[in-house]
Write a new protein. Structure first.
Length: 179
């Protein structure tokens, strides 16, 4: 089944000046309000990874959880959540990062991964790549290998793909947008 770019692009509005002035925010929530678009996204990614050797799905808060839970279910893999500061119980590993419009702290429960684990990281949008890079570092520090980072959209003008690939982190996005 070929990727239906028109379907996906028609459900990705740009919200000007959100969450702060000067930011053009790509809102993915309409993709999940449309069952056909949501199923299309999940099916495309399941087909990509169904024969891979990944052992875990790692999803970033919060919109990555939507994609991660669908993939973990369809691929019958454990789902590990990477969350914002203070959202996970128990002992956590953490890393500070800067995104295109904010500072943040990403947390991962200790002992979520072990050496030999092969992880697919999923999130909604690849922008500058800073949040995904922080996630990869946390997972790597627990001994796992990053197989790939998958997103719905790559905002190529922000340079995230280059940042991640220059750091030896393979990436895949269903859509690459030049704006």
């Amino acid at each position: 089944m070929p990727l239906d770019e028109f379907l996906l692009k028609s459900h990705l509005p740009v919200i000007q000046d959100w969450p702060k002035p000067g930011v053009q925010f790509r809102d993915i929530t309409p993709l999940f309000r449309n069952p056909k678009a949501a199923r299309h996204i999940t099916d495309e990614l399941v087909l990509r990874y169904m024969d891979s050797d990944i052992t875990h799905i790692a999803a970033l808060e919060a919109r990555g959880f939507l994609l991660g839970s669908n993939l973990a279910y369809a691929l019958n893999k454990p789902l590990i959540l990477l969350r914002k500061a203070g959202k996970l119980p128990g002992a956590v590993d953490h890393l500070e990062y800067s995104s295109e419009y904010a500072q943040g702290r990403l947390e991962l429960q200790k002992d979520s991964f072990k050496p030999g684990d092969k992880v697919l990281i999923v999130d909604d949008v690849l922008a500058t790549g800073q949040t995904l890079y922080a996630a990869a570092q946390l997972i790597h520090d627990q001994g796992a290998t990053i197989t790939e980072i998958a997103t719905i959209v790559d905002l190529s003008s922000l340079g995230g793909r280059e940042h991640l690939t220059n750091s030896d982190l393979p990436t895949f996005s269903l859509l690459v947008l030049e704006d």
